[in-house]
Structure formats: C-alpha cells, structure tokens
Write a protein that binds this ligand. Structure first.
Ligand code: NOJ
Length: 721
C-alpha cells in the first residue's frame, strides 16, 4: 500500500444524504470523488441499502486496491424496531433481554448494509442532569458491566463476522458521564480510584465479551483529551487489557484536538491521536480529514510509519472479519423482510414490559380493575405521540414507528371502557437548538391552546373513573446535547398533575423520559416509570396497567430529590460522621426519594435465612451466600434479588455498600426458593490509590440481600489471611 492508501483507510466521513445540518458544514469534500481517490476507509450515517451499495461500488471498482468501505451507524436501541432506551433496558436487570434486543437491532442493521454500531454506550453517570444518561445503564459498575457485556453479545453474536450481526463499539472511552455540572461535553477530572473502580469496569466487561471496536470520548480526562490520551488508549486498553480491535474517535474528535489546544494544526492532531493509540478518525467532511495529513507526517519523519501500519492493519482486519472482501454489497430485497419480522416487535414488547419500574402504588390502584372500569381519561401530549414513545437516537429515515400509550390503551380496553383523551398542556420549548432537531426531525408539534386544553383535561378527570397521565420529556429533550439544570417536569405538567390530584379522583402517572423527575409534594395514586419504551411501548404499558404484565424492573440509579443533590450514588464512602449521613444539607435531605435498585410489584417478596457457607476464608478463596426468597403476595411476579457488600476496614476506605450480584426471578404466589450467590476473590478486590494497585485486604465483610440498595437481611464473613 502507498502512504496515501494507508492514510485513506483511517478516514471515516458522515453522509447526511444532502441534508443541511446545523453546525455541520458538509460542503468541503465531494464524497464520491474522495472515495474514488481512496481517501475514505469508512462511512457513517448511511442507512439506505441502495446508497450503501452505490458508495461501496465506487470503493471496490474505482480504487486501485479495491478495499471495501466499512459502514458504521448509531444503532443505539434499534433501527426500525425500537427497543426501550438503554437505561430502561438496564432497569430490567435482565441481561438476557438486553442481549435479545440488541440482536434484533443487529439483524436489522446488517440487513440494510451496516457493519458496525456505535454502541453500547457504557458510560457510568451519577448525574441525571446529563442528558445522555438515557443511553447508558446508570450509576453502578456491576449492573453496567452486565449490561455492557450482554449488549456486545447481542450485537456481535458468537464472533465478529457472524451473519446477521455487527461489530460493537462501546463508548465513550472514558469518563464522559462525569462531566462538570452534568453539562454535556464539559471537562472531566476523575481519580484513578474512581476510574478503575467505577468508570472503567463496563468497558473492560465489553472488551472481555469480545467487542471489536471502542470509541474514544470527546472531553479531556484529567486535562488530556481522550482522543490523544496515550494512557487510556495504549497503556490501559491495549497493554493492560489486550484489546485487539480498532479505536475510532468520536465525531470530529481528532479534528478537535486543535481547538482543544493539543495541536497546532490538523496534521499534528492526527499524529498525536495516532501516537496515543487512535486508529480511525470520524469526521464531518467540512474539509479533508486530518488523517490525510499523515502522509506528509511520515515523509517528514514526524510519525513512525509502523504506527500508521498498525492502525491500518486493525481496520483491514475488521473488514476481513466482517467478510467484506468476499461480500461487499447488501441485498436490498432481503432487508425489507428482516425489518418487518414480527418476532422483533415481540422482543420489543417484552423488553418494554420488563423494563418498567413501579415507583408507587397506593392502596393497590394498579393493576386497574378492567371489569369495574367504564371510563378512563388519558392526558398529556406524550400519551398520544408515537414519535416521543421511541425516545432519542431514532431516525425517521429508517421508518421506526411506535404504538402510543393512548393507542395501546384503546386497543387493550376495546369496547369495555370509554377511553377519552386531552393533551392538557402544550409541548415544552427548548432554549438552545440541538443538532438532533435537524437530523432527527421531530413531527411538527401542533400548537395547543393551553387554557382550553387544561380545562378540558380537568373535565375529563372529573367525569372518568380513572385518569392515566403520561408525563415527562419529549424525545429530543434527553440524549446528546440535552442536559438540564433542573429535574422538574417541563412546562405546565406539574400544574396539571396537581390539579388532577386535587379533584380527588384516582390518578395514575406514567412517566416517559428517564430523568428522576421531582414531583414536589404531588402524590398520584400510582406512578409507573416507563422510560421511552420504544416501538411496542403503548402495548406494553397497557398490559402493565391492567395486569396482563407485572412490573418487575428496578431503578438503575438513585432517584434523587432534586438536581441540587447531583452527582449522587448509593455507594458513597463512609464519612467521619457516619451517623449524620442525612445532615449534609441545611435545607433538604441528602438521601434519595427512591434508592438505587428500588421498584415495586403487584405482589410482594420477603427475604429470610441469609447465611454464608464459611464464616472465614483465605485471600483468593470464594464464599457462597444463600437466602430464601418468598413471594408473599397473591400474584405471580418477578423480583430482582440483589446482594450488597461492605468491607469494614482496608488499605483504602471502602463504600458503605456495593452491588455485587443480582438475579431476576419469577415466583408464584406463596412460592419460595433458596437462592445463592458466590463471591469470588475478584469480587472482593478493588483498586487502591494508596498502593496504586489492585488489592484484596483481610477484613470483615458485611452482606445484605434484598430488593433494593437499602436491603436489610444481613450476614457477614471474614477474610482472615
Ligand atoms: C457524537 C456522539 O457523541 C457519539 O455517541 C455518536 O456515536 C457520534 N456523534 C456519531 O453520531
């Protein structure tokens, strides 16, 4: 390969298909000419099979070496069939459904010609102001790692190149979720203690599960932008973890090294990125990719050609493994069949049912008594909007559709009850424009005469047996570039909620959106968190409301009481004043409204007889904790049994509690089961900043098992030598 051909392999360009996108000047490069010249190795954002073939044909017929292009895309929670948003799936605490959902996403993506997805997003965050919380698995490294590995298995199948699967690219390496103030793209400073014990484990789990790619983050980590961070991309990723796949920058992440003060020009940006361990630069083609400057850099001795060769080899290997040299094209005729596979909708419905979390259910209002119910009021613009039900990271061009909650209820209740609807409030408006408002073109928001609608909604509440209000945030109010500085319900929703409750009629609130909304003193009869439930959202929510499905999800983050409490984790370090744990603010509690791991069911569970198989073990040995879980209610239901650990003393101070194990099980009424979890030496080890190493201490360890992070059933064991 010539130097030019090598550099070209490291270039990835967007193709917006001629669309004008705010902040993205796409006029600088003529894509087809660049591909024909061999200046492009990969593409993103092309999802039309005909267009994929067209661009591929240029690469494999017009260039000297006929190297096919690799097509990547943000298949975050589905392409045509949309699963609940990733944090919703994490709330299922069911890695199996996460794997199945992403296998569906992979099948659809591969069918249209996509080879690689920029997912799973495995960023831990303790800060729900950060809009991208929706894409991850929440605050916990153990739950996050399980979800990361499951999604990689779903996307990739057994090995890279398996038919109907795509390469997985966990992102954003690393620390993006800890941005200052929860502001998207802001800087991040994390100690090695936090990185190694909390933020890195989900990435490690994704790589151990075989992920073929990793995407670096935008921001500076401890002052060094992730795209040029040698410690991250080479020391940890390749040397410690043995990662063999390719690394891609986030969009314009290599270009941005110049404004970030790491390079004097684009050529130097590319050199610094490559030397740090970057392979491929993802860029909006507003000008030639910085990677093309590597030709000159090698010629002038500014970059060792070996570094370039290594990067190129990794890209070519991905293409070989995906079988692109044998089969560069996709068959558009087959795509339609895969995209409409009814099995995909079934998985989406199941995932939505399993992800819902029941937060309150006063006096057993839910499930609704279908026989007694004659009229039901459905309120809120989100209730009737299929588009919002899908959540962010969904593109109209791929034809996704969702059953809205209103439709779901109408279908479910049939002629049995009168279902009437009022929007009640207007759509919230945003202060700052987002890139996603352009590329993700929301349906036009119809103007609402709020005064008229508000009154109409209240009349409906009064004249109906029960009201279901769907409250939350519209599709693009969460996700990238959608941080918020407060956690209240946007617009007039809170006012409508309070007015509805004040009528004295029963009110069920279904939350759409993933922020821990602060509902003030408003206490609806029941509160069901549905996240953005995806294509089958309306069907799933209707099933849950009438009891054809039973909520069994649990919160994957602490539901803080206000934005002022962020960042927050249940897994904090004991302070010098442990008894005063709730006295840290003058004006409010510092404990959350609902703890991490919390969620109710239509039945109830009890934990008894927790014990360990050995009270004392040696370092390196395992200990097994067992307990009896019993369904004490009158319905079949799921419980997520959780095991938390606390190490009393050590080389470092250890968190008050840490999730170590969990299992979601289904029990019939009255059924009990002895369950067990085995803690290995790996589970007891941690990174200490005192020794700058992984260690396992001798100490006493407290164990709790239960249905959330405030579990009470307890036992202990000791590591004695
Ligand atoms: C920027 C986002 O940070 C990243 O998650 C995404 O994959 C790329 N844009 C491509 O859309």
């Amino acid at each position: 390969m010539t130097l030019e051909e090598k550099a070209g392999q490291l270039v990835q360009y967007f193709d917006f298909g001629g669309a004008t996108v705010a902040g993205a000047d796409t006029t600088g490069v003529d894509l087809e000419t660049a591909i024909a010249k061999g200046d492009v190795g990969a593409m993103l954002f092309v999802t039309d099979p005909a267009r994929i073939n067209e661009l591929q044909r240029i690469a494999v017929t017009k260039t000297r070496l006929k190297i096919p292009l690799l097509f990547g895309f943000d298949v975050i929670h589905g392409l045509r069939t949309i699963m609940p948003v990733p944090i919703g799936v994490a709330a299922s605490w069911d890695p199996d459904i996460a794997e199945k959902g992403q296998a569906v996403a992979a099948a659809e993506a591969r069918a249209v010609g996509i080879h690689w997805t920029f997912a799973p997003m495995v960023d831990i965050t303790l800060d729900p102001r950060w809009g991208r919380m929706v894409e991850g698995a929440g605050e916990d490294p153990v739950l996050g790692s399980a979800m990361a590995a499951a999604q990689v298995r779903g996307f990739q199948g057994k090995a890279i190149g398996e038919p109907g699967h795509v390469i997985a690219g966990p992102k954003h390496f690393v620390g993006y979720g800890a941005s200052l103030g929860g502001r998207d793209y802001d800087e991040v400073d994390l100690s090695e203690n936090q990185l190694r014990n909390t933020y890195l484990p989900p990435f490690k789990a994704a790589i151990d599960a075989g992920a073929g790619n990793i995407m670096s983050a935008y921001m500076g980590l401890n002052g060094v932008p992730a795209a040029a961070n040698h410690w991250l991309l080479t020391e940890i990723l390749r040397k410690e973890w043995g990662f063999k796949g390719f690394v891609v920058s986030d969009a314009n992440g290599v270009n941005s090294l110049e404004p970030q003060g790491m390079a004097v020009d684009q050529k130097q940006a590319a050199v610094r990125a490559l030397e740090a361990g970057m392979d491929l630069a993802m860029s909006v083609p507003s000008g030639p990719s910085p990677m093309l400057g590597l030709v000159d850099a090698v010629r002038k001795g500014e970059l060792d050609e070996q570094v370039l060769d290594d990067a190129v080899r990794r890209l070519l290997e991905a293409k070989f493994r995906m079988g692109l040299f044998e089969n560069p094209y996709v068959d558009p005729a087959k795509a339609a069949k895969v995209l409409e596979d009814p099995e995909h909708r079934r998985v989406a419905r199941l995932a939505a049912e399993r992800s819902a979390v029941l937060l309150t259910n006063d006096a057993g209002l839910l499930p609704l008594d279908r026989k007694a119910l004659k009229s039901i009021a459905v309120l809120g613009p989100l209730a009737a909007s299929g588009q919002d039900t899908l959540g962010p990271w969904v593109f109209p061009a791929n034809g996704p559709k969702a059953i809205s909650i209103l439709e779901g209820l109408r279908t479910k209740l049939g002629d049995g009850a009168k279902v009437e609807y009022a929007t009640g409030v207007a759509w919230p408006t945003r202060k700052n424009r987002s890139f996603f408002d352009d590329i993700n073109k929301p349906e036009p928001r119809l103007p609402v005469d709020e005064k008229v609608e508000f009154a109409k909604a209240l009349d409906l509440v009064k004249s109906s047996d029960v009201t279901v209000m769907v409250l939350g945030e519209p599709q693009n109010m969460e996700g990238e570039s959608a941080s918020r500085s407060d956690l209240s319900l946007p617009g007039e929703q809170q006012k409508l909620l309070e007015a509805a409750i004040a009528t004295g009629k029963p009110v069920v609130v279904v939350l759409m959106g993933v922020r821990p909304f602060n509902l003030g003193d408003a206490r609806p009869g029941a509160l069901l968190e549905a996240w953005y439930p995806g294509s089958e959202g309306g069907t799933a929510v209707a099933n849950l409301l009438v009891g054809d499905a039973v909520p069994g999800g649990k919160l994957p983050f602490s539901w803080i009481g206000s934005a002022a409490q962020a960042p927050y984790t249940y897994s904090f370090l004991p302070s010098h004043q442990p008894a005063g744990a709730d006295t840290r603010y003058w004006n409010e509690d510092n404990s959350p409204t609902w703890p991490f791991g919390y969620g109710l069911s239509y039945t109830s569970f009890a934990y008894d007889d927790v014990k360990v198989d050995r009270a004392a073990i040696k370092r390196g040995e395992a200990v097994t904790v067992s307990f009896v879980l019993r369904n004490t209610g009158a319905r079949v239901g799921d419980e997520v049994a959780q095991l938390y650990l606390h190490q009393r003393t050590g080389t470092s101070s250890r968190p008050v509690r840490q999730l170590k194990k969990f299992a979601r099980v289904t029990l019939k009424p009255g059924e009990s089961r002895r369950m067990q979890f085995t803690l290995s030496a790996e589970d007891l080890r941690y990174w200490s900043d005192a020794t700058k190493s992984w260690i396992q201490d001798r100490s006493t360890f407290d164990i709790w098992v239960g249905g959330n992070s405030q579990a009470q059933a307890t036992t202990r064991f000791a590591v004695v030598e």
